[in-house]
Design a binder for this molecule. Structure first.
Ligand SMILES: [Zn+2]
Length: 141
């Protein structure tokens, strides 16, 4: 049994396919990885599971960690009202959500992204294990 409340409730390929569908940006604030306030992207349920929302792709959107934790258990309506008070263009958010719900989730793309990410991590680990001051190709030190 996977942990429903951890990151493992959704297959990595599907998670990344949804990120790709949403342009790797938070559908609420429009920010992506690399923006100063965003440390990572998450998947948010438009209608919470507790409120009867399922795990169908049309109920799942990309959200930055900041928006996801700020939303907490608010309904979508309450959350959009909350966003509006911070100057976010909520009509634009509604349009992004509508577009995302209609768009196709490309699982093959998700699998490619997962594979790329694993490779990048692997290369980063290999580089980190290299002693920086070791001579390269037996060059004299
Ligand atoms: Zn956000």
């Amino acid at each position: 049994m996977t942990n429903r409340h951890g990151r493992n409730w959704i297959w990595p390929a599907r998670r990344y396919a949804i990120y790709a569908r949403d342009g790797h940006r938070c559908l609420y604030c429009g920010k992506g990885r690399g923006d100063p306030d965003v440390s990572h992207l998450t998947i948010d349920h438009l209608i919470a599971r507790d409120a009867g929302g399922g795990n169908a792709s049309a109920n799942l959107v990309t959200a930055c960690d900041r928006c996801n934790s700020r939303r907490q258990h608010k309904t979508l309506r309450a959350w959009l009202a909350d966003l509006a008070t911070t100057g976010v263009d909520v009509d634009a958010v509604r349009r992004r959500i509508r577009r995302a719900r209609r768009a196709k989730v490309d699982l093959a793309m998700g699998r490619r992204l997962v594979a790329n990410q694993r490779q990048t991590k692997c290369e980063a680990r290999a580089l980190a294990s290299w002693p920086i001051d070791s001579p390269v190709d037996g060059a004299p030190s």
